[in-house]
Design a protein around this ligand. Structure first.
Ligand code: G6Q
Length: 552
């Protein structure tokens, strides 16, 4: 028995669940007309309707009791106090300091990190302004027109997602490109679309040892040098974002062209740091600061609001309700705004890399489920694809519907259709369609009794499928900052309840090591290591194919 499953609130929730599993939300709405306002929260330009969940007030009370008994308030305080909550790496997880927009210090081990945070922010802003104003010139004295970010995982997804989400605010001259895959197809595609004279490469890597990133960076530099024909030109076309000054220097980037961040910033939580340089280049300093302001507002809310009205805590505990009690193994992120199309991938990494774990902070194995599989896609497109399973399949997968209320940039009629679809889906998932309703609908179409009898079962939807609806006042930097911080904190709370360290990623580290030995073998270096028959066969097949291709 684990500590979590021994908690009184955990046991109380199980007994509550024996009743709750039979409730239908359709009935809950009929019995409790005030649900929509009871289960509604607003903060930082975000509106959360969580009424379409299989909960009553008592469920929420018990879930919050669980949060308290699991030490969530203490965990929140420890995070903001800069404690080394990343216990396996003995580091703070202090991304909240990156968006501390007050003048108050934020300390790790007694040292205020704010002076260094502000100093890097100022350097980023000065650099971004030069590039944006056309004052940062390439080797042929032309302004920069294209920015190529080379990075992967946490050094890619956040900036990519935010640049796409905020493209309405993008600088008109600067085209943003992101290269992450070591499959050269991506880099080749990008290099085909840019000119060496007007391209800035931003090499982003916390460690500056990541094989994929360094391979792409070296290839990009070779490509560049073949055109510029002058190693001195690298200085005006390559900048680095890293914690590893030595490796950046070894790569050949002048330290004055390096933007620093720190080991207390986790990769997937780093878009607020210098890793957000592509975002600042694209949307400018003022908008980047708005992004930080939005996150800061959510941070203050998370730190100070009572659990009952704390948006990240409530979303986290609703997730726990479905994962640990209903056995929901996945969670869908469905943004309806097209610019948010990379949000599901971003949150997928944030959640699954943070809480996709089964060893608790004290080293014991869990005896309960942890992170769900996060998946999703833009809402309307998903309606025409995988929503079928969500409506009538055998799995329960809670959904977050996300959209901006502001349709001002939209062409006439489009935004209303978009929103109508989203509201209709959330309603349908909640209500479903009963057999009587299905029969009535078929009869209204003029079908006879025999046809109605034959088709009715297929037209029935159980409903009772939970969802949150998150509305943004605007899809702007402030609301995006608040939205991302909301998910960061939600995930942290779930990690706290499950007793996990949400800030390490040993699975990723393993991947970084594994490939090297096989790479040597693929290249015919060293003695082949003893391997299982399958891996041996795959390696041999690849080598044979390559040998044949070389001869052809
Ligand atoms: C994020 C992960 C991982 C990391 C990449 C890139 O939290 O640790 O996605 O960001 O592996 O690592 P580098 O930034 O060190 O290249």
């Amino acid at each position: 028995m684990s500590r979590l499953t021994e908690l009184p609130s955990w046991k109380a929730l199980w007994s509550h669940f024996t009743r709750a599993r039979d409730w239908h939300m359709r009935e809950l709405f009929e019995e409790q007309p005030a649900r929509a306002s009871q289960f509604w929260l607003e903060h930082a330009g975000l509106h959360l309707d969580y009424s379409k969940n299989r909960i009553t007030g008592q469920t929420v009370t018990l879930l919050l009791q669980l949060a308290r008994e699991a030490g969530v308030p203490e965990g929140i305080a420890a995070m903001f106090a800069g404690e080394r909550i990343n216990t396996t790496e003995q580091r703070a997880a202090f991304h909240v300091a990156l968006r501390n927009r007050s003048s108050l210090p934020m300390c790790i081990g007694g040292e205020d990190v704010m002076p260094q945070v502000r100093s890097v922010l100022q350097r980023m802003a000065a650099f971004a302004a030069k590039v944006r104003h056309g004052e940062w010139l390439g080797y042929s004295r032309q302004p920069i027109t294209d920015v190529v970010n080379i990075g992967i995982g946490g050094s890619d997804l956040g900036s990519l997602m935010a640049c796409q989400a905020l493209r309405a605010h993008a600088h008109p001259r600067l085209n943003m490109h992101f290269v992450s895959n070591v499959d050269s197809a991506q880099l080749q595609d990008t290099l085909r679309r840019v000119h060496a004279e007007t391209t800035l490469f931003v090499i982003e890597s916390k460690t500056f040892t990541t094989q994929e990133t360094l391979t792409n960076a070296h290839t990009a530099r070779d490509w560049f040098l073949r055109r510029a024909r002058d190693p001195a030109a690298v200085a005006s076309h390559f900048v680095a974002v890293s914690t590893n000054l030595k490796a950046v220097r070894e790569f050949g980037i002048d330290p004055s062209n390096m933007f620093e961040f720190w080991d207390w910033v986790g990769g997937r939580f780093s878009l607020w740091s210098a890793i957000g340089l592509p975002i600042m280049l694209s949307i400018g300093e003022r908008n980047f600061l708005d992004l930080l302001d939005g996150a800061y507002s959510m941070d203050c809310h998370f730190r100070d609001a009572p659990l009952e009205s704390n948006m990240p805590v409530l979303m986290a505990m609703l997730g726990i309700w479905y994962i640990n009690f209903f056995g929901a193994g996945s969670h869908v992120i469905a943004p309806y705004d097209q610019p948010l199309h990379r949000l599901p991938a971003f949150i997928q990494q944030l959640d699954m890399e943070s809480n996709g774990k089964r060893t608790t902070r004290d080293g014991t194995l869990v005896d309960y489920e942890t992170a769900p599989i996060i998946w999703g896609g833009t809402g309307v497109n998903s309606q025409h694809a995988f929503f079928q399973l969500l409506h009538q399949g055998t799995h329960i997968s809670p959904i977050d519907f996300i959209a901006s209320l502001d349709g001002r940039g939209s062409l006439p009629g489009h935004h209303e259709i978009l929103m109508a679809n989203m509201f209709a889906q959330a309603e349908a998932f909640m209500r479903g369609r009963t057999a009587d309703e299905a029969r009535a609908e078929l009869a209204a179409q003029g079908l006879d009794d025999e046809a109605i009898g034959r088709l009715c079962a297929f037209k029935v939807f159980d409903g009772n499928r939970p969802s949150n609806t998150l509305l943004l006042d605007h899809l702007d930097p402030f609301c995006l900052g608040a939205l991302v911080a909301l998910y960061e904190h939600k995930i942290f709370v779930q990690g706290m309840v499950w007793g996990l360290n949400s800030f390490d990623q040993w699975g990723v580290e393993l991947g970084k090591k594994l490939a090297q030995g096989i790479l040597d073998e693929l290249e015919g270096l060293g003695t082949p290591a003893p391997r299982d028959a399958s891996t041996r066969h795959l390696i041999d097949l690849y080598r044979e194919q390559r040998a044949r291709q070389r001869c052809a």
